[in-house]
Ligand binder design. Structure first.
Ligand code: 6PG
Length: 635
């Protein structure tokens, strides 16, 4: 009968709303075990209440934990319904602790006079009428509850619970592309009652949702739609709807289609690769309509979506609480079995960090490409390169290293697939955004820019062929020593990760996001494309410092690795092997680790032609000076 995992329904509201009546009736009609929360009060609490004294938070604490324990035990066996006032949010937090995903709240609401009337008709209750006022005073309106007016008859109320909770879905997903399908299957596998929607486009996208449901046995309980209104109506309120549609105008169009059918406190989650400024704009736009918007970066590609991605949600914290249990249950788990999903911060910070994740991803990919290219240039075939990279896994493993080994080994009857692939790299835009965003912030994301521009340069294939003919290639026996290649690669990865996290640190400071770098590293240890053994180490390093380059172990490691990359980059330059990211790692380190730079001449030039002024080494006040550079002085 139920499309979801075992659940506990808490019937909540002030004394006198009829919680027990509804709980009993629900229990009888649908064979769900009923518990009256009041039966679990301690003697002390009962005495206190009988004397007309109200319970304080301390009195309630143990009682709420007892009910939480009861709910936990019950859902192991069967569904249950518990009547309990649960007037404050923190009480509800205790009641649903660790079982948020299993809990449904039904809030019985009525006016003070309506409830007073109810109470006056009751004889067998120890709760004096005088406590009603204090209950109303502490009542915090539950946002995440089905609200039913006590003016309806108990039968009608129970019928509403059935219609709105048992028959409807807990979560909705829009957009059945590769990622949307993978996530839907992931959600359904967690026994979350799900509705899915895909638009109908004559001749192009017809019956996508129905066909998808019929394709996989685990989807037998999902509700498929191609009409947006019916899809929205099929969801429990407050609704939770995830968009897995193309970033950009499509997201705005889908939001505008949804709005007329949504109600106050519904939440839309954008799981696409949206630009963080769009996410901020959408949060504000929907806030005016009392609808929540969460921008969630999701990484992991097709396999991650299906088995558990890394999820980076941001927006209003209260809104995040509503969707947290769902996002956490579908996310990958880290080595301590914690979800690779955490509240990132306000505004579009989730999509910002996903964008930087992708920037780091671009560099990690480019570094492996450069390593491959050096090995190839000195005459190694893909299998030989694969064997070497395979041997690196014990020292410096990563998802991208693993897939590169697989790629290098893949053959069909024509030979290595890799050698058949045209060397023009594509991109979907996040590396571009990352480069622009960091330029705006004033942070040198030089490796991301190098990786991005390497892709752009590769796309000028025809010009490269033309110019190849015009410029003679370097032709002597290579002197490249690849024995230390792993060190070269490790060092460049350290610089890449430093730059990526430095961007996050500076963005956090500039935008007031309060990002937790260690926690971000943690949710990047599994599910996402840049998961690696290095990322595992960074979780602890960022607990100690915001700048990994100041960490003693990292400093020691860099000192040990640096000579290898210096030598490699020099030799590649001599032999004209393009290595934009490897060489940028060296150049960045050479500049970043030196107290002196050439910027004094830049300042002088700026002052010469534009009177932009400069500061002086010997003046700690920071005062700005100007020189009349052309005037001849005689002193
Ligand atoms: C991820 C990936 C993914 C990305 C694609 C395409 O974390 O799962 O980063 O979000 O969109 O890999 O990116 P490019 O086409 O720009 O390489």
């Amino acid at each position: 009968m139920y499309r979801t995992k075992p659940f506990v329904i808490f019937i909540i509201g002030v004394s006198g709303v009829g919680k027990s009546t509804i709980g009993n009736l629900l229990s009888k009609k649908y064979s769900i075990t009923y518990f009256d929360g009041d039966d679990f009060h301690s003697k002390e609490n009962v005495n206190k209440m009988s004397k007309g004294q109200s319970l304080n938070d301390e009195d309630r604490y143990e009682w709420l934990l007892t009910l939480n324990q009861l709910a936990k035990e019950q859902i192991k066996i069967q569904n249950c319904v518990i009547a309990c006032s649960a007037l404050k949010e923190k009480y509800r937090d205790l009641l649903s602790k660790d079982i948020e995903i299993n809990v449904k709240w039904v809030f019985l609401e009525g006016s003070f006079d309506q409830i007073l009337n109810h109470l006056n008709c009751r004889e067998d209750h120890y709760m004096p009428v005088s406590l009603l006022k204090s209950q109303f005073k502490i009542l915090e309106n539950p946002v995440n509850a089905l609200k039913i007016d006590i003016g309806f008859t108990p039968e009608e109320i129970v019928e509403t619970i059935k219609k709105e909770i048992f028959d409807k879905s807990e979560f909705g997903l829009i957009g059945l592309g590769v990622m949307g399908k993978g996530l839907s299957r992931n959600i359904a596998s967690k026994v979350i009652a799900l509705s899915v929607y895909n638009r109908h486009v004559e001749g192009l996208e017809e019956d996508v949702a129905v066909n998808f449901k019929n394709e996989f046995s685990e989807l037998s309980n999902i509700l498929p739609f191609d009409k947006i209104k019916a899809f929205v109506i099929s969801l429990q309120t407050p609704r939770k709807i995830m968009l897995m549609v193309n970033a950009g105008k499509t997201v705005d169009a889908v939001i505008d289609n949804l709005i007329p059918h949504l109600s106050k406190n519904d939440t839309i989650i954008d799981g696409g690769n949206s630009h963080y400024k769009d996410t901020r704009r959408r949060i504000d736009y929907l806030k005016n309509k009392n609808i929540n918007f969460i921008g969630a970066g999701i990484s992991g590609g097709e396999a991650g979506a299906l088995k558990g991605p890394s999820i980076m949600p941001s927006g209003n914290k209260g809104a995040y609480k509503l969707v947290k249990p769902f996002l956490e249950s579908i996310a990958a788990k880290d080595k301590n079995n914690l979800p690779c999903c955490t509240y990132i911060g306000k505004e579009g910070s989730g999509h910002f960090i996903k964008m930087i994740h992708n920037g780091i991803e671009y560099v990690e990919m480019q570094l492996l490409a450069e390593v491959y290219f050096i090995f190839k240039t000195i005459g190694k075939n893909p299998d030989e390169i694969a064997n070497i990279l395979d041997g690196w896994k014990t020292k410096t493993n990563s998802y991208l290293l693993e897939i590169t080994v697989d790629i290098l080994r893949k053959k069909d009857k024509r030979g290595w697939i890799l050698e058949l692939i045209l060397d023009k790299a594509g991109n979907k835009g996040t590396g571009n955004w990352a480069t622009v965003a960091t330029a705006e912030l004033g942070v040198p994301s030089t490796m991301i820019a190098s990786a991005l521009f390497a892709r752009y340069l590769s796309s000028f294939k025809e010009e490269r062929i033309q110019l190849n003919e015009k410029f003679a290639s370097f032709k002597t026996i290579s002197k490249i020593n690849v024995d230390n290649m792993i060190k070269v690669y490790q060092l460049a990865r350290l610089v890449n990760h430093h730059q990526g996290f430095k961007i996050l640190f500076e963005a956090s400071r500039s935008y007031g996001w309060e990002l937790n770098l260690s926690e971000i590293a943690r949710i990047w240890t599994n599910g996402c494309i840049i998961r690696s053994s290095l990322m595992e180490e960074l979780v602890n390093i960022f607990k100690l410092t915001d700048n990994m380059m100041l960490n003693k172990n990292i400093i020691d490691e860099i000192k040990e690795l640096k000579p290898s990359i210096n030598e490699m980059v020099s030799q590649c330059v001599i032999e004209e092997i393009p290595i934009p990211c490897l060489s940028e790692a060296v150049n960045f380190l050479n500049a970043y680790t030196k107290a002196d730079s050439s910027a004094n001449i830049i300042q002088a030039q700026r002052d010469y032609f534009g009177a932009h002024t400069y500061q002086q080494n010997n003046d700690p006040s920071g005062k700005y000076y100007h020189t009349n550079w052309k005037k001849i002085t005689h002193d």
